[in-house]
Design a protein around this ligand. Structure first.
Ligand code: NAG
Ligand code: NAG
Ligand code: NAG
Ligand code: NAG
Ligand code: NAG
Ligand code: NAG
Ligand code: NAG
Length: 542
């Protein structure tokens, strides 16, 4: 029962809030009429949902939705004197659904700008001025001390972490200093007591970009990368006591930005035979579906595309296969919609929640174990803004009064996905064949038997749309019986708030805990289910 998990994991809930996201059955509201006013034109698709898991079904990780945090403002995310309660509660909402809090990787660009110093307590950062394209720029220099890594104790109990080490500076002394400080943090009584564990160390972020960003000569190639990485990772692995990829702490390999360098290339160059290479347990690649580094105009309607999601992820198939052939795990160790902190009107919209659902579940069907969604402070694509902001995330204009901590629409995708994953730790998924250019579907199996499905209708319903909102009738191809449906309801794809899942809002300022009664519908499968444009539904087969 999810409710008992809630009680075990959550900090004492406020008396005004329900104690769990799953209200007892008797309190569900029959709400089909409430949710589906003014249905427009209805197309129909016949979807065959298998009763048992087909061969090739992939296991769903309880931490499929995980987070990557930009290293410069990690203390703001997690808290410096005490846990950031907003972050804690937002992560616990996810943990309540799968039984495990999201994994946290701290690193990214700032991983290669960080220096450890014995004379710094937590961190000292230098930031460039903001501008309209980048209202929350990353620090150019970050100096950290031991206390910085010990903030790990403020994450929810059971969180597994990956910490980044600076390879960009090509300074073995500094890289080893960082690794020692990381390992030391996880041996302190406070971190041990917190139940937060160090799982992996990543040495270098996106080294395939080093030839462009000045961290290496312009002729830096993958052939140069492998011995270069070994020369720094070797001493780091030794300092961290990493000798195999089966120990409690291992190395995360690759972490490439685009496909400038590939896992296949570094395998064939022998990286896994080197001493530090023997410590690599996980291969990470990064992916964004566009770039906002110099600004630009990204139409939301074309972004919410089933074909584009598949086109963006299928490029990894050969690397996934090569990684699995080595017996290693494959992840997207840093990802999100649009690089350089997201694009306004896309990354921060309600519609992007549907994109996150389709993108993440599509990734899982390809054998990608986890997707670490990249987050900073004030980034447009954040799932949550965990501290109050006094500048607009879209153009940097002053916000007076400041906007309190809040979740952004993408956050709801994690709620829906984690509900789909469930708490067994052993659910499997397949993609369903849905003959509609805008509708995708996935099924989850427990003990090999059909348990749940998700359908996503990516067709854009915008604030400028007129007429009746279109919808697609999902027919279940002769399947009988009943199901319970819970909807991800969005008013307009281009809204930046006002989303609900199963009738609940997570948008109370300063408090990400669910508000409102759980709303679900009973569905007779023989009658099918209508899914509006810009909507997703979780179906639980009874
Ligand atoms: C390498 O790092 C160490 C420790 O931070 C520092 O003392 C040294 O100056 C650095 N070397 C170079 C070449 O920057
Ligand atoms: C790359 O350029 C550097 C000079 O910046 C040079 O010393 C080195 O030999 C070049 N390496 C290759 C493989 O061409
Ligand atoms: C990736 O997604 C973007 C945004 O939707 C799209 O413009 C691009 O064509 C996609 N790439 C591929 C290879 O499908
Ligand atoms: C926002 O707060 C920071 C730190 O308190 C301050 O330096 C900055 O001037 C403020 N910006 C605005 C637009 O008020
Ligand atoms: C898919 O959605 C787009 C708008 O988002 C719409 O223009 C197109 O007609 C839809 N296609 C189908 C097959 O419904
Ligand atoms: C839907 O699929 C079922 C089973 O495959 C079939 O019997 C039925 O005729 C199909 N309905 C339509 C409208 O295609
Ligand atoms: C949320 O909904 C309310 C009421 O419909 C509306 O006034 C507000 O503008 C919406 N907010 C956003 C950000 O879309």
């Amino acid at each position: 029962m999810q409710c008992s998990l809630v009680v075990l994991l959550r900090y004492p809930p406020s008396p005004l809030q329900p104690a769990c996201t799953m209200a007892p059955r008797g309190t569900y509201l029959a709400a089909a009429a409430l949710l589906l006013p003014l249905l427009g034109p209805v197309a129909a698709v016949n979807v065959s949902v298998p009763s048992s898991a087909p061969s090739g079904a992939q296991t769903l990780s309880p931490t499929l939705v995980s987070f990557s945090i930009e290293q410069d403002r990690w203390p703001d995310w997690v808290g410096t004197d005490s846990p950031n309660d907003f972050t804690t509660n937002a992560l616990l909402n996810y943990a309540d659904l799968t039984g495990t809090p999201p994994d946290i990787r701290v690193g990214a660009n700032s991983e290669d700008k960080t220096v450890w110093s014995p004379s710094v307590t937590i961190n000292e950062d230098e930031f460039p001025p903001p501008n309209t394209i980048t209202p929350f720029p990353e620090a150019t220099h970050i100096t950290v001390g031991d206390g910085y890594y010990q903030l790990s104790r403020f994450l929810p109990r059971g969180t597994r972490m990956t910490w980044g080490v600076n390879f960009g500076a090509d300074n073995v002394t500094n890289a080893v200093n960082m690794a020692k400080s990381i390992v030391k943090a996880f041996t302190t009584a406070a971190v041990i007591e917190s139940g937060v564990v160090l799982e992996r160390i990543e040495i270098g972020n996106e080294a395939d970009l080093y030839s462009n960003n000045g961290l290496r000569p312009s002729n830096y190639s993958v052939n140069a990368y492998v011995p270069d990485w070994i020369s720094v990772a070797g001493p780091v692995a030794e300092a961290a006591g990493i000798t195999t990829n089966t120990g409690s702490v291992t190395l995360q390999g690759a972490s490439f930005a685009n496909q400038g360098f590939t896992p296949r290339e570094i395998f064939s160059l022998g990286i896994l035979d080197s001493a530090p290479g023997k410590g690599i347990s996980v291969i990470s690649q990064h992916h964004y579906s566009g770039f906002f580094c110099q600004g630009g105009n990204f139409p939301l309607v074309s972004f919410l595309s089933k074909a584009a999601v598949r086109g963006n992820l299928s490029i990894f198939n050969a690397d996934i296969a090569a990684t699995h052939a080595q017996g290693l795990t494959y992840i997207l160790g840093e990802t999100n919609s649009i690089a350089c902190h997201g694009a306004p009107g896309v990354s921060n919209t309600a519609g992007i929640a549907l994109w996150v659902v389709d993108y993440t579940l599509q990734a899982a069907t390809l054998g990608i174990k986890q997707a670490f969604f990249h987050e900073g402070i004030g980034f447009k694509y954040n799932f949550l803004q965990p501290i109050s902001l006094n500048r607009s995330i879209t153009d940097g204009s002053a916000l007076d009064p400041p906007q309190p901590p809040h979740v952004q629409p993408a956050y709801y995708a994690g709620i829906l996905i984690n509900t789909f994953i469930g708490a067994s730790g052993a659910a499997q998924l397949v993609e369903l064949s849905v003959d509609d250019a805008n509708v995708s579907g996935y099924a989850a199996f427990e003990g090999g038997l059909l348990a749940r499905a998700v359908f996503v209708n990516l067709e854009s319903w915008l604030t400028t749309s007129t007429g009746a909102r279109p919808s697609v009738r999902i027919d279940f191809a002769g399947r009988m019986g009943s199901a319970r449906a819970r909807r991800l309801v969005i008013q307009h794809a281009d809204d930046t708030a006002n989303v609900t899942f199963a009738g609940q809002s997570f948008e109370t300022p300063n408090d990400p805990r669910p508000a409102g009664a759980v709303v679900s519908e009973m569905v007779e499968l023989s009658a099918g289910l209508d899914l509006r444009a810009t909507e997703a539904v979780l179906v639980e087969f009874l």
